[in-house]
Design a protein around this ligand. Structure first.
Ligand code: GAL
Length: 683
């Protein structure tokens, strides 16, 4: 059963906080939601104090009423467990549930998401309220999904309390069996950090100098697992009582505190809060990079944008608006890259509280506003395109992504602070995106990791080589695949121990060289790499930033050399034949432009073509289901733009109009094209 089955439509709606409003407003909201095409709302995530105002007092009146009201109006509910914000009475009575920061100070209550993920006391309360909610609404006709908590770990990245430390020790015992195992893995002989008793092990708090890297990495792994266990504490109850109701929680846009791949194997569908930067000039491919991750988390299944902003947010330093047409365009962009739902934070803009200046589907000024009219327009269009539900994005190229390499590089292992993992990965995705070539994201810790659907595999900044992954990559290349990786890859194993004999460690035979030295390219230092042939591009040399590798070639061929410094003339770029395929390496950051050049060459080798050749800032994406195919063409330009389609006669399913071969897409407009279905004449 697909998660969209109950609703039967592209999810459209938003977070709704009825406890902030009177019953008259609820009635008005029902009417306005229906008029705007809303079919699903997420409710309850901030309602704990309303439902359980005191430890032994339960109040279901408002929840019962609002659930029934939604049922009467044919609007489905994604019902949240309210455990992302425990009531004040709970924090006051049991202060041990509050998290402790790296400086040892306990946080105070008074906002939200301020809890320790391992507090037994809190987990008990969470389980109780979850069970009561699930029992109460399990057969409610309007229930479409369970929404557990909210954006786990968003606001408390790591908790350092005694409960976490004690559970961390248990986690370590399960992983390393004994203290020798921990000491060995962490390399605690360094700086005299050897542990002689289990209770000497604490969380990586603020200390005079750098923390042990593997201690930090394990604490991140542990924290991701601890939050997951607190999610499962509630999800298990939902699954036990309502096995057929899908379970989700909302992830954060470009967030890395949790191993979302591991998490996603425990949820029924991936949902994300998608708030891309609205700064002018932001790359149009950034949201698709996040979308590609979201669909990769459940190996290609559609996901849901469960929160986006109708207009401005309230939490950036300065919050600009989504210009007219942007909200609709970015919504279609989300669908184009694999989302089956478009929901917002939130339905009605709050009048009080910290988020009162965050935009909403229904702004403070009411329904007669630009924002609400755009919401209504989108709500009226979505039912026309619901045939895309369940379709998928297909690609012959994958990026290998690793949350643990991201964590380890975030801990700044002593290479360069200019190296940002996600940025590096994004630069390859953006290069493909600019060429309208789709790219999947696969995850290095996936036990079922396979590259069989792909011709090209890219592994940027793959600092940690996860167990078993090098052999899988080699098998892929041997069979004819192309592999591309870059600097800072293959440096350490999963305990962050450096590979001896020169990086790229276990990839050395595949890549055909070893790294003799590397250095950070400091700001203001000018160096570049000259290509031995232009790789099919226009430029002969590209400026280098961030990092410089000095390579010693074995079987690899040099395809680019340094132009300056003491390593002038030494190799930075390589190509190495391996079995039937080839492996490429870039020993620096040459920017998106160069990444485009090398990826265009690899695509040519594998006969991978762009989905559509489009003018600048016009994006093409395809979703497919069986033999059906939908081509999304999205104009991100603030002016009308001419686009040449593959052929004349395609139908835009938003308007039902037949397209000529050359079309003029209005500023910020989208078409979703499919073949005209021939009608068979009735005899
Ligand atoms: C999300 C969160 C919402 C709201 C929103 C504002 O991250 O889940 O509750 O705070 O951000 O953008």
């Amino acid at each position: 059963m697909a998660f969209t089955d109950t609703v039967g439509e592209i999810f459209y709606g938003g977070d709704y906080n009825p406890d902030q409003w009177s019953e008259e407003i609820w009635q008005e909201d029902m009417r306005l939601m229906k008029a705007a095409g809303v079919n699903m709302v997420s409710i309850g995530m901030w309602a704990w104090a309303h439902i359980q105002p005191k430890e032994d007092v339960w109040n279901w009146t408002f929840m019962d009423k609002i659930m029934n009201m939604f049922a009467e109006h044919g609007i489905y509910v994604d019902l949240a467990t309210p455990t992302a914000a425990q009531p004040n009475w709970l924090s006051k009575k049991y202060p041990e549930i509050l998290p402790v920061m790296a400086d040892g100070m306990r946080m105070s209550y008074g906002s939200r998401q301020t809890f320790c993920p391992t507090s037994e006391k809190l987990l008990g309360f969470n389980a109780e309220i979850t069970r009561r909610i699930v029992e109460r609404y399990k057969d409610h006709p309007t229930l479409a999904a369970w929404h557990i908590g909210n954006e786990y770990s968003h606001l408390v990245i790591l908790c350092h309390c005694e409960s976490c430390e004690s559970i961390f020790r248990t986690w370590l015992k399960a992983k390393y069996k004994n203290l020798d195992g921990v000491n060995e893995a962490w390399g605690t002989v360094f700086w005299s950090n050897t542990y002689g008793e289990w209770d000497e092990i604490i969380s990586p708090k603020i200390t005079a100098h750098q923390n042990n890297p593997c201690h930090l990495l394990d604490y991140k792994r542990f924290t991701s697992d601890a939050y997951l266990a607190s999610f499962q504490n509630e999800a298990d109850i939902c699954r036990e009582i309502t096995p057929d109701i899908p379970i989700t929680t909302n992830y954060l846009y470009e967030f890395n505190n949790l191993d979302y791949f591991k998490w996603s194997q425990q949820i029924d569908f991936v949902a994300v809060s998608s708030f891309p930067d609205t700064k002018p000039g932001e790359h149009i491919g950034k949201p698709p990079f996040s979308h590609a991750k979201m669909r990769g988390l459940k190996r290609g299944e559609p996901f849901v944008i469960l929160e986006q902003a109708a207009n401005n947010v309230n939490w950036r330093d300065a919050n600009n608006n989504k210009k007219p047409g942007i909200m609709r365009l970015w919504s279609y962009q989300g669908l184009a890259h694999g989302s089956d739902g478009l929901c917002f934070f939130q339905w009605r803009a709050s009048l009080k509280g910290a988020e009162k200046f965050h935009s909403a589907m229904l702004p403070h000024a009411g329904a007669d506003t630009r924002i609400h009219k755009e919401i209504k327009q989108l709500g009226a269009e979505l039912p026309k395109i619901k045939e895309i539900i369940g379709s998928r994005v297909h690609s012959k190229i994958a990026i290998l992504f690793d949350y643990e390499s991201w964590w380890a590089l975030d801990n700044k292992p002593g290479t360069t602070t200019f190296l940002e993992y996600n940025n590096q990965v994004q630069k390859f995705f953006l290069a493909l995106h600019e060429m309208n070539i789709p790219c999947d994201i696969v995850f290095a810790t996936d036990p079922e990791l396979s590259f069989k659907d792909y011709d090209i595999l890219i592994a940027p900044a793959m600092y940690i080589i996860q167990p078993g992954v090098a052999n899988k990559i080699k098998a892929f290349v041997k069979k004819g695949g192309s592999f591309l990786t870059n600097f800072s890859s293959g440096m350490v194993d999963e305990t962050e121990a450096v590979f001896e004999g020169g990086y790229p460690g276990p990839l050395r035979d595949l890549l055909g060289f070893w790294v003799e030295e590397f250095e950070s390219i400091l700001e203001g230092v000018d160096n570049s790499v000259k290509l031995s042939n232009k790789l099919g591009g226009k430029k002969e040399s590209y400026p280098a930033t961030i990092w410089a590798d000095i390579l010693r070639l074995e079987t690899a061929k040099s395809i680019g050399k340094w132009t300056k410094d003491f390593y002038k003339g030494k190799t930075c770029l390589t190509e190495n034949k391996f079995g039937k395929g080839k492996a490429y390496y870039i020993g620096t950051d040459l920017g998106v432009e160069f990444n485009k050049t090398i990826l265009a060459k690899l695509c040519k080798d594998h006969k991978i073509k762009p989905l559509l050749k489009t003018p600048k800032n016009v994006e093409a994406a395809v979703r497919t289901k069986g033999k059906k195919e939908w081509l999304f063409v999205m104009n991100h330009n603030f002016k009308a733009t001419k686009v040449t389609l593959p052929k004349a006669g395609l139908i835009d399913i938003i308007t039902g109009k037949k397209m000529s071969k050359i079309i003029t897409l209005k500023a910020l407009d989208t078409v979703i094209l499919k073949e005209k279905i021939k009608k068979t004449k009735k005899k």
